[in-house]
Design a protein around this ligand. Structure first.
Ligand code: SF4
Length: 184
């Protein structure tokens, strides 16, 4: 929105946050983007049986400039990583990312040099969705979880405080390279 950065904190800001969150969560547009087998489940989520249109999301946008949600559906190869990042950079803020499936979340069974071991090495992830592949019901559930997160998103001075707190947590976290996986 732009003007949100100038908003002072207080009761008024809480009201604006609530309204902005409600509008944003009801108008998420995912970017058309599928990397592997998980994308088949993502596509069926858009079909009549699961009907993602119930949540105002029936329009999968072919241009990242018209989208604010990236569903990373499938494993991310090293070759695809810069392309994925470019698409993310072209999306207007605020934007959100769901890592769909174990491959996008952590590399999954592909513990090798060709696959990025978690898409959070490339873009910030809001929701990690487990499963191989996750069923459409699971994707819908993760979208509802994201709705809650969007509803609770802060603006203005409150947002700055939230960013500082998140950065502090990230700096104190164990680096992914030092975490022990199943195959290490
Ligand atoms: S999690 Fe399973 S279904 Fe999804 S991309 Fe990986 S192997 Fe394919």
């Amino acid at each position: 929105m732009g003007i949100e950065e100038q908003l002072p904190s207080g009761v008024m800001l809480s009201t604006v946050e609530g309204l902005a969150g409600y509008a944003r969560k009801g108008s998420l547009w995912p970017v058309t983007f599928g990397l592997a087998c998980c994308a088949i489940e993502m596509m069926s989520t858009g079909g009549p049986r699961f009907d993602i249109a119930r949540f105002g999301m029936e329009v999968f946008r072919p241009s990242p400039r018209q989208a604010d949600l990236m569903i990373v559906a499938g494993r991310v190869s090293q070759k695809m990583a810069p392309v994925l990042r470019q698409i993310y950079d072209q999306m207007p803020a605020p934007k959100w990312v769901i890592a769909m499936g174990v491959c996008a979340s952590s590399g999954g069974m592909f513990n090798n040099y060709a696959i990025v071991q978690g898409v959070d090495h490339v873009v910030p992830v809001d929701i990690y969705l487990p499963g191989c592949p996750p069923r459409p019901e699971m994707l819908l559930d993760s979208i509802l979880q994201l709705h809650q997160k969007i509803q609770d998103t802060k603006l203005g001075a409150n947002r700055q405080r939230e960013i500082a707190a998140n950065e502090e947590i990230a700096l104190n976290a164990i680096p992914t390279s030092q975490m022990k996986g199943l195959l290490r």
